[in-house]
Design a protein around this ligand. Structure first.
Ligand SMILES: O=P(O)(O)OC[C@H]1O[C@H](O)[C@H](O)[C@@H](O)[C@@H]1O
Length: 549
């Protein structure tokens, strides 16, 4: 295949960029009263409005030419049918199989994985029913009231974000999450827990992750110091993993292990047994609604034509800004407090997937790949960093997410929230011209010299792009739908950039070096083996940590 930036589809986009980059969205809206209808899509309870982007119909056509040219359709089919598209690890990528709703076989190396998925779901259901009904009892015969998921990365961010997003559906044990190597997190959580009624869920795909094993070991120690008998561990520790041996070595009965498989990527694993803490908290019926919502997105991604395909549009708009406008970041701004961890979740989802600079063919790429993903919930962000979004020198494409129906109606709160939500995308798009700024200042009765002095500061260029996702209501189904759209966006972008979105080798080096330093710290001598900065810091640390004055 011709390299990305030499392909005719890319060159056509470059040419189109040059001729269209000065267009202002204000003018595009003024010129076409149908713009919203043309550039928005309803999918179930979700409305996706992408009309506030710096695009014309031609932009979409050219972006989708590129998508077809780069083999996205073929690669999508390869993913859904169990092909080893994770080439560096030689694995299939089948989180979609975890949420498939029918029994159509999906083969990985000749084995149909759907029966495995069904068995896993059945085991999760039985366990959830036992724990939630109180049949599953702790070592003193009391039911479980609290669950602690111990994991990190994909084994933490997914269940944590989803459990938080679905807080209003929690009618089972209270979920807690421990991830950090910093013992403060575990200590603070344990402080308020009762070992007799607490269940620990050790979540690790590999069961080798240092932080998780450290936290799980300390939790077990805490538990045993109170329960006093190793036999009771079976009532209070379960594992979610692909590594049966590792689980056994840790001292968890394989009976209490919920298995998943190497074709489930860590950051795509909340749909697997890794979602157990969510299922315990909200019940298996609702967990399955969550899976069904994701499946709806899968069907849409697989069947809608590219020009009407939400993840494909999200992805190609991202390519447009990332590779043609030179935008380095993408903000995700949920106007919903329950979704406050959504940006952090997709920070891992996107940045660990597409933060790569070597192509699948093993050569450095000569174009930008994954953007920096960041964001905070609205309206908080407005009072913090939105200044830069509106008037800064950087162009930041933004995703705005909100729900039409509040789960906690309270006076005027929702109207205020949602008005801000609409106002922000309007302001980013429209801006305020110098003439408008002057007119407003004059209307306030300011002297002409103050008007001239202030007006430039009150001017907004506008033309700042955003996507809007409006959900009817935050339900398990709709959350699954929204999340899967983002997942597929990442897949499409990775395919365009010709990188492997499903490995994460960039996290290895730091881990290796940390192990060396850990040994050095244990030995306690003077550090000499590193660069001057690292040696200096280690030596200063050793001095400072011993200094009791
Ligand atoms: O689930 P685990 O095997 O414990 O892995 C936990 C996390 O750590 C790794 O370093 C990876 O960067 C993540 O992708 C992964 O989700």
């Amino acid at each position: 295949m011709i390299s990305l930036t030499r392909s005719p589809a890319w060159e056509a986009l470059l040419e189109h960029y040059r001729e269209s980059c000065d267009l202002h969205m204000r003018d595009l809206f003024n010129a076409d009263s149908e713009r919203f209808a043309k550039f928005s899509i309803q999918l179930g309870d979700l409305l996706f409005d992408y009309s506030k982007n710096r695009i014309t119909q031609k932009t979409v056509t050219l972006l989708m030419d590129l998508l077809r040219d780069r083999g996205v359709i073929e690669r999508r089919e390869a993913m859904f049918s169990g092909g080893h598209i994770n080439v560096t690890e030689d694995r299939a990528v089948l989180h979609v199989a975890l949420r498939q709703q029918d029994e159509t076989p999906v083969y990985v190396d000749g084995e149909n994985v759907i029966p495995l998925v069904r068995q896993m779901l059945k085991k999760m259901r039985d366990f959830c029913d036992h724990v939630r009904s109180g049949e599953w009892k702790g070592y003193t015969g009391q039911p479980i009231t609290d669950i602690v998921n111990i994991g990190i990365g994909g084994s933490d961010l997914g269940p944590q974000m989803v459990a938080q997003a679905l807080t209003s559906y929690v009618d089972g044990p209270r979920p807690h999450f421990v991830s950090n190597a910093d013992g403060t997190q575990l200590s603070e959580i344990l402080r308020n827990l009762d070992p007799r009624t607490t269940l620990f869920i050790v979540a690790s795909k590999t069961f080798t992750t240092q932080e998780t094993l450290l936290n799980a070991g300390s939790a077990k120690k805490w538990f045993l110091s109170r329960a006093g008998n190793e036999e009771f561990v079976a009532k209070h520790f379960v594992a979610l993993s692909t590594n049966r041996e590792g689980v056994q070595n840790f001292g968890i009965d394989p009976e209490n292990m919920f298995e998943f498989w190497d074709w489930v990527g860590g950051r795509y694993s909340v749909w697997s047994a890794i979602g157990l803490s969510v299922a315990l908290a909200i019940g298996m019926d609702r967990f399955e609604e969550f899976l069904a919502g994701a499946h709806e997105a899968d069907v849409h991604f697989r069947t809608a034509q590219p020009e009407r395909n939400i993840p494909m549009l999200m992805a190609m708009l991202g390519i447009w800004y990332n590779n043609f406008y030179g935008c380095g970041t993408q903000a995700i701004l949920p106007y919903n407090q329950y979704l406050s961890r959504f940006p952090a979740y997709f920070q891992q989802g996107d940045m660990e997937s597409n933060g790569k600079s070597i192509s699948v063919d093993g050569v450095p790429v000569n174009y930008g790949t994954g953007p920096i993903i960041w964001g905070e919930p609205g309206t908080n962000g407005q009072h913090a960093f939105f200044q830069l979004l509106h008037q800064g020198t950087k162009l930041v494409p933004c995703d705005f997410i909100a729900c039409a129906q509040p789960l906690n109606p309270m006076g005027k709160h929702h109207t205020v929230l949602i008005s801000n939500f609409f106002a922000q995308t309007e302001a980013l798009m429209r801006g305020r011209t110098l003439a408008e700024a002057k007119a407003e200042l004059e209307a306030q009765g300011l002297a002409p010299n103050r008007v001239s002095a202030l007006a430039p500061h009150k001017t907004f260029t506008g033309n700042r792009p955003s996507n809007t996702f409006l959900l009817k209501r935050l339900t398990p189904f709709n959350l699954g739908l929204l999340m899967a759209l983002y997942e597929h966006k990442i897949f499409v972008q990775g395919t365009i950039w010709n990188i492997n979105s499903f490995d994460q080798m960039g996290v290895e080096l730091g881990k290796q070096l940390a192990k060396n330093i850990q040994t050095e710290l244990a030995e306690g001598g003077r550090a000499t083996r590193h660069d001057a900065s690292t040696n200096g810091l280690i030596n200063a640390y050793q001095h400072m940590s011993r200094d009791n004055s």
